[in-house]
Design a protein around this ligand. Structure first.
Ligand code: IVH
Length: 669
């Protein structure tokens, strides 16, 4: 076999295994063997770059090269569907359809309504050439590189009968399993969670890093072949079955329905059966099967008349309130939480639901022992949406917000201008101290491994530490004889503490738990003030000059450093050698030479990485944007800049500069 033949054969085998695994859910090979085939192909392709093919399965792992997205106009606009919320409304729609075609039999196709993000795929001569998001319906983003990483989407069509140029539409979804894994990971890294698989799918498709997209485990179901192309059959259903034979994932829930009874049965069935599905659905879609009849009915400005969506009701459960507890956060903010008799809701057991603040709790007017309605509505965090007032026992009292801290008994104070109550006892209230230590060691702050809530509580109770500053005076013998601290965990903690001396100053500022100072604000403050001494002594007016710092945060910063306990704590950090200033070059690199300028980065660079260029742009007051438009001021171009981008920049007359010119421009040369 020549290398070319071997490469072709490997690509073919891998594509077939991919299809069995991702489309048919019937793997034909073990993971290890699959990886070995892929490795072998990667090796061969590396040795023979002349046989490179953008559709090779090796491209499915994504590359780290980020490209902004080009805007692409849809050949046929991507419309939405009109919604219905009851069997009666669907029946009425079916009645209208029948009335429009008197004397004809009208067959309806029932489908699941996938809750993800719409996508349009274009194939030329059987090869995937483009994938475009819905966008505003008229034009969307070209996300081909990301979509190629979705293994259930064929890069090369199978079988026969597909038109020379094929457009097929469907939904990119994030299966529950991937969604839960992603959110667990984000929780671990203390990144904001995705509220539902729809947002996660939409956010992932628009990531600038295809490798990260590949890692997140998206899937895609196809459900529509726009009219106007040469399709093998004259019904939607038959064409979709043909699409399945071309390699696409077409849901097996797609069914032909001939009567109103069958439609009603279909709704009844999926209203509950949808809970067993591996992906999120938010309803059903009914479509006229015959393409001729579809054409007959046509479109309104927004949606086809030949289709309708039936939306599932948000899942709601009713359960008894056991009691209301009040959580104390690290900043002392009190959150009311309804503790419930466990109830099953969209596949998970709900025991607690936050009521956020006193105002929301008061508007719900919850009484002891009430039956409460809990809803999930596609979100992961359940919320209390109401009370079954009729089930209320006579003589029960309304649950009142606490007036004193449930942890330390201090009278609460109202946070100015907000609905929140706060415990002002910063240094005598256990959950606040513990919360601050937990935050200090968290990944995005000082990243000290091995310390969770329980460890912190043990450390506080055994007086190993009284604040985060004390972490730096821990010695191995201090852990001796304290349960929960074996030699392994002790080592991990001490190593983590030692390594945290390398953490840059901006993250130290974030780690301190200054009210209102999150990660981004901490960065801006650190860059502006350069060092801790300045930060500790800067008056409020000067703090307010920093981007993102308003009068409120400025006052909080001043108050924070006015507290002797905080100053003492910072002294301990300083003594231990924690970073107390920005590194020299970073601080001096700051300028406003790019103030107000929008800059697109494209291609590969030799002097700095793309991420470094992004940071340099921001450090100098500019804005890095992903796609070229009239508003773009410069394109910073490296090697291999995409031809389409180059063309667009030229058309719009936007200056294209290379890295040397760019560095000269900001005075770094
Ligand atoms: S058909 C011209 N079928 O729902 C009709 N759409 O609210 C094209 N969707 O934008 C759409 N599942 O993103 C169709 N089985 C299905 C669907 C579906 C989910 C989405 C799609 C569309 C939105 C309309």
């Amino acid at each position: 076999m020549t290398p070319k033949e071997k490469i072709d054969s490997l690509r073919d085998q891998i594509n077939r295994h991919n299809h069995s695994y991702y489309v048919e859910n019937a793997p034909t090979i073990g993971d290890r063997e699959f990886d070995m085939l892929l490795k072998e192909l990667e090796e061969l392709e590396k040795q023979h770059p002349e046989f490179d093919d953008p559709l090779s399965p090796t491209h499915r792992v994504g590359s780290d090269l980020t490209e902004g997205f080009e805007q692409v106009r849809h050949l046929y606009p991507m419309l939405s569907l009109s919604n219905t919320y009851s069997v009666e409304e669907v029946d009425a729609w079916a009645g209208r359809v029948r009335a429009a075609m008197p004397g004809e039999h009208v067959c309806i196709v029932g489908e699941l309504k996938f809750d993800g993000t719409g996508i349009s795929l274009i194939y030329e001569h059987g090869r995937l050439v483009r994938a475009v998001t819905r966008g505003d319906g008229e034009q969307g983003d070209d996300v081909t590189a990301n979509v190629k990483t979705i293994r259930s989407i064929p890069l090369q069509l199978h079988g026969t009968g597909w038109p020379e140029r094929l457009e097929i539409r469907g939904e990119i979804v994030m299966p529950w399993a991937s969604f839960e894994r992603l959110n667990a990971e984000r929780a671990f890294n203390e990144e904001p969670l995705f509220a539902n698989p729809r947002n996660a799918a939409a956010g992932t498709v628009k990531l600038l890093n295809p490798r990260e997209v590949a890692r997140r485990g998206l899937d895609a179901y196809l459900y529509y072949l726009p009219g106007g192309q040469e399709l093998p059959y004259d019904t939607h259903y038959d064409n979709m079955m043909a699409a399945r034979s071309w390699g696409f994932k077409v849901s097996s829930a797609m069914t032909r329905l001939d009567t109103l009874e069958q439609i009603d049965e279909y709704i009844n069935h999926w209203d509950t059966a949808r809970r067993e599905l591996p992906v999120a659905t938010d309803g059903l879609v009914f479509k006229v099967d015959s393409l001729r009849q579809q054409l007959n009915m046509g479109f309104t400005a927004k949606s086809p008349r030949w289709a309708v969506a039936y939306k599932f009701a948000a899942e709601r459960a009713c359960t008894r309130l056991r009691f209301v507890s009040f959580d104390v956060g690290r900043m002392g903010i009190i959150t009311p939480v309804a503790n419930l008799e466990p109830v099953l809701l969209s596949g998970t057991t709900v025991k607690r639901a936050s009521m956020h603040n006193e105002d929301i709790m008061r508007s719900l007017d919850i009484h002891e022992g009430d039956m409460l309605y809990v809803e999930k509505g596609g979100e992961i965090i359940p919320k209390i949406v109401g009370v079954d007032a009729e089930a209320r026992q006579p003589g029960t009292e309304a649950v009142r917000f606490v007036s004193h801290c449930p942890a330390c008994g201090t009278p609460l104070v109202r946070v100015e201008g907000e609905a929140a109550w706060m415990c002002p006892n910063k240094w005598g209230c256990m959950p606040q101290i513990a919360g601050r230590i937990e935050h200090f060691v968290s990944r995005r702050a000082m990243n000290i491994d091995g310390i969770g809530r329980e460890t912190v509580m043990t450390m506080l109770q055994t007086r190993m530490v009284a604040d985060y500053g004390d972490l730096y005076s821990l010695t191995p013998d201090r852990f001796n004889g304290i349960s929960g601290f074996g030699p392994g965990i002790t080592r991990r903690i001490l190593d983590g503490v030692a390594a945290s001396l390398q953490v840059p100053f901006d993250r130290v500022v974030y780690a301190l738990s200054i009210p209102g100072v999150g990660e981004t604000t901490a960065k801006k403050i650190a860059r502006a003030v350069h060092d801790m001494d300045t930060l500790m002594t800067l008056p409020a007016e000067q703090l307010e000059a920093i981007e993102d710092v308003g009068p409120r945060i400025a006052a909080d910063i001043v108050a924070f450093f006015a507290q002797p306990a905080n100053r003492l704590c910072i002294d301990k950090l300083r003594q231990a050698g924690v970073s107390m200033a920005m590194p020299e070059q970073d601080a001096s690199a700051l300028s406003d030479r790019l103030a107000g300028k929008s800059i697109v980065i494209s291609g590969v660079f030799s002097r700095h990485s793309r991420d470094e260029y992004k940071a340099i742009i921001e450090n100098n007051g500019g804005k890095n944007v992903s796609s070229i438009s009239k508003k773009t001021d410069y394109v910073l171009a490296g090697e291999n800049m995409g031809p389409a981008k180059l063309e667009k920049a030229r058309q719009l007359g936007i200056p294209i500069i290379d890295e040397n010119e760019f560095l000269a421009m900001i005075g770094a040369e």
